[in-house]
Design a protein around this ligand. Structure first.
Ligand code: DOR
Ligand code: ZN
Ligand code: ZN
Length: 438
């Protein structure tokens, strides 16, 4: 274990500003940030031209552990994340067994303590019957509710069950907002289709906006914290612009919904592009950017949802929904910066600061004295083509394969320890359970 690191002469990016200077890390924390620092340190990093940011916090990943580890596990998922500058994650409950009990959450945390290179916590999944478990489970980011069914069997779609959840629980509720009945009706209409682009017509914008309205109404009725996962429609952004009450309702968008659109993505990638909610037209994609810029969408999370190629390359109706992306979110967004679509300070707010602040993650998300030394050093000049075989996710495929991105992580630090450096991992380092203070 290294107890101190001095990082010399880097561009330091926070959500508010960019400056040049030195950063001193000791005992896992950021101890000093100055234009010039001279301190004895176990490790001194001085490579010119690099940029230092807080480590990315991805509040929405499916690392598939336990039970579905042919797709991913906490080790491969956390390695992939670390290689992409992600230093903390929240994992979703649709594992096997589903994480719907205190015991299942405790078991996942124990697994992560052994296997994860980066910091972790786990959403507990809601079912129509587990209110007692939801109430008693401690230190989780929130309760995940699938209002429409997706991968796995978790589903809470009856109005009275949803009402009871919002009325009686004591934690943030994160929703996958797609209306189950509308999807079922559209599935009938499109029965037998083999066209992957019908996915957006089956899981249509109406299904998304209906569920989002329903969740917002319940949050307002009971004054409960609601987080809407992976927003995908212009209609939802417009609705939330009017209904998002400060502090009560937050939402996220994924890089894939911000960067890809129909019909191109389905023409190019077929069922690999099948995800829930679906990738939609450029009208929706552009609206998501506007909403992100305006703060209607609070932050970016990936919905990293790996499946094997065999599971994906099936006829449309059988192909699994979801795509791996955790290790590419930061390079994808840095590429947007190099193309002048956003600022570096935006990226730090959208991927580091706001996730930490919104979930109240103790000590995380900010590159500032006193915070935990979860950091990523990036090379904004580095250009690299994405090659499936080079990916660290067990899934080893990406709909971004063959694109060249500019802006890549060089080193990632978790709690003051280097976990990744230019393709190498320091596996003996393990992350910690994230402390949720809200
Ligand atoms: O596309 C998706 N895949 N959407 C989800 O809601 C679940 C995820 C998965 O776990 O595969
Ligand atoms: Zn979802
Ligand atoms: Zn998800």
């Amino acid at each position: 274990m290294i107890d101190s690191i001095l990082i010399k002469n880097v561009e330091i990016v926070t959500g508010a500003e960019i400056r040049t200077g030195d950063v001193f890390i000791e005992n896992g924390k950021i101890k000093a940030i100055e234009p010039f620092l001279q301190r004895p340190a176990a490790l001194i990093i001085q490579e010119s031209g690099l940029t230092l940011m807080p480590g990315v916090i991805d509040t929405h990943v499916h690392f598939r552990d336990p039970g579905l580890t042919a797709k991913e596990d906490l080790e491969s998922g956390s390695r992939a994340a670390a290689s992409g500058g992600v230093t903390s994650f929240f994992d979703m409950p649709n594992t096997i067994p589903a994480a719907t009990t205190r015991q299942a959450i405790a078991d996942k945390k124990a697994l992560a303590a052994q296997k994860s290179l980066i910091n972790y916590n786990f959403f507990i999944g809601a079912t129509p019957e587990n209110l007692d478990e939801l109430l008693k489970t401690e230190n989780v980011p929130g309760i995940k509710v699938f209002m429409g069914s997706s991968t796995g069997s978790l589903l809470v779609n009856k109005a009275e069950d949803l009402d009871r959840l919002f009325a009686h629980t004591n934690k943030l509720i994160a929703v996958h907002a797609e209306d189950e009945d509308l999807i079922a009706a559209q599935k009938k209409k499109y029965e037998g289709t083999t066209d992957p682009s019908d996915h957006q017509r089956i899981r249509n914008p109406e299904a998304a906006i209906k569920a989002t309205r329903q969740a917002v109404a319940l949050a307002e009725k009971y004054r409960k914290r609601l987080h809407i996962c992976h927003l995908t429609t212009e209609e939802e952004t417009l609705y939330l612009a009017d209904h998002k009450q400060e502090g009560l309702i937050t939402c996220e968008a994924t890089p894939q919904h911000l960067l890809l659109s129909s019909p191109g993505v389905y023409d190019a990638w077929g069922t690999l592009a099948k995800i829930n909610p679906p990738i939609r037209s450029s009208r929706h994609r552009d609206a998501l950017w506007r909403a992100l810029q305006l703060g209607i969408i609070d932050f970016i999370a990936t919905d990293h949802a790996p499946h094997t190629l065999e599971e994906k390359l099936q006829p449309y109706s059988k192909a699994h929904s979801g795509m791996p992306i955790v290790e590419l979110s930061l390079p994808l967004m840095l590429t947007q910066y190099t193309q002048k679509r956003c600022r570096l300070t935006d990226i730090v707010r959208w991927m580091c600061e706001k996730p930490a602040d919104i979930f109240g993650i103790r000590g995380k998300g900010h590159l500032d004295v006193g915070y935990d030394a979860d950091l990523v050093l990036v090379d904004l000049k580095a250009k690299k083509k994405i090659i499936n075989n080079d990916l660290h996710t067990r899934a080893k495929w990406s709909v971004f394969a063959d694109s060249t991105l500019q802006g890549w992580p060089v080193m990632s630090f978790v709690n003051g320890q280097m976990v990744f450096r230019e393709g190498d991992f320091f596996d003996e380092i393990k992350g910690k359970e994230l402390e949720i203070t809200k």
